[in-house]
Design a protein around this ligand. Structure first.
Ligand code: BDP
Length: 331
């Protein structure tokens, strides 16, 4: 009986395996996806939905797996891996991608957006389309835009930041794009670029005094355990993307490209709602653990020091001039 059963089990398994083989997609099988965050973070939730829908919409001609938690390396590594063909999709922050695509640096200008709604109107409109088009040249294309909230300063020195002078003498970790060093220096602080994965220990050991990020990253990375003051400066609103490698995407039929794009758009709807929820959850976790939080009443004082940052950026990337004007013209 046991023997007979196991034969049946084996036969079923062989059948299942051969069906899987026969129905295995001829192309685009096994896309590799990069995510710096954990699977339950909004980007992770979005990426899982993306690949699930992309696969369903193409009858499995596209399939893949998301590697969460930064196991495939830093974003800088992942950008080159995608350009070299080692990674097919990713949930990238558009901030560090500015090193590869000049146009994207418009999104790294402090206070460029009035608020999240303004950012959505811009990214879902003509400017978003221009940026997406500009990205293609780098070998990386954006299929839809994800939310990453607004970034604010936090520190482990007990400083309540209310005015730019409060940054003086503090060393903040910034993401890998020289524009952020200029930003912190223009405010009077010191800045050092560092990989995301190193910020926790940097804060803990005192190599850095602070960093800047949105509520979900502040919480999920554990930074709130080692940096007890969070000051709501909201100086940067940098969207993210479901990005795919141009070479992998161009191999697909027109119909499959359309399906994959639709999967990315649908995943963005889910990601944005997961984002809004996670902001509240993360903020509550941080505050409950004793983080001291203050709202900066006069953000204008920070904004008014950004002239040199804008000037330097436009000098380095002349293409930003028109993009800044276009963003400002969106209500
Ligand atoms: C988070 C972004 C992530 C960045 C990280 C950082 O989601 O892509 O790598 O900030 O500060 O908010 O490096």
């Amino acid at each position: 009986m046991i023997k007979a059963l196991s034969k049946k089990v084996v036969a079923t398994a062989i059948l299942a395996a051969s069906v899987a083989l026969i129905s295995a997609p001829a192309s685009a099988a096994g896309w590799k996806g990069w995510n710096i965050h954990s699977a339950d973070y909004p980007v992770g939730i979005g990426m899982e939905k993306f690949i699930e829908l992309a696969s369903a919409n193409t009858d499995g001609r596209v399939s893949g797996k998301t590697y969460h938690g930064g196991v495939l390396g830093s974003q800088t590594d992942a950008i080159s891996q995608m350009q070299l063909g080692g990674i097919e999709f990713a949930g990238f922050s558009l901030g560090p991608l500015g090193n590869a695509v000049p146009e994207l640096n418009v999104l790294s200008l402090p206070f460029i957006f009035k608020d999240m709604d303004h950012m959505h109107r811009v990214m879902d409109g003509a400017v978003g389309a221009t940026l997406s088009e500009a990205m293609r040249k780098s070998g990386i294309m954006a299929l839809s835009w994800y939310d990453a909230g607004a970034r604010s300063f936090y520190n482990n020195k007990g400083v309540v930041i209310n005015k730019p002078a409060d940054l003086k003498g503090l060393k903040f970790r910034v993401m890998g794009n020289p524009m952020y060093v200029s930003m912190v220096e223009a405010l009077g602080g010191n800045a050092t670029p560092m990989a995301y994965s190193e910020v926790y220990s940097g804060l803990k050991t005192g190599v850095i005094d602070g960093a800047e990020n949105n509520w979900p990253s502040f919480e999920s990375s554990g930074h709130y355990e080692v940096a007890g003051n969070y000051s709501l400066s909201q100086h940067l609103i940098i969207p993210e993307c479901i990005c795919v490698s141009v070479s992998a995407f161009d191999k697909l039929s027109d119909e499959d490209q359309k399906s994959v794009k639709e999967a990315a758009l649908a995943s963005a709807v889910l990601q944005r709602s997961a984002w809004a929820e996670r902001v509240q959850v993360s903020k509550a976790i941080a505050l409950k653990s004793g983080v001291k939080f203050n709202v900066i009443a006069d953000k204008g004082a920070f904004q008014s020091l950004m002239g040199p940052v804008y000037k330097e950026a436009v000098q380095k990337y002349p293409v930003l001039k028109d993009l800044i004007a276009s963003i400002k013209s969106v209500d």
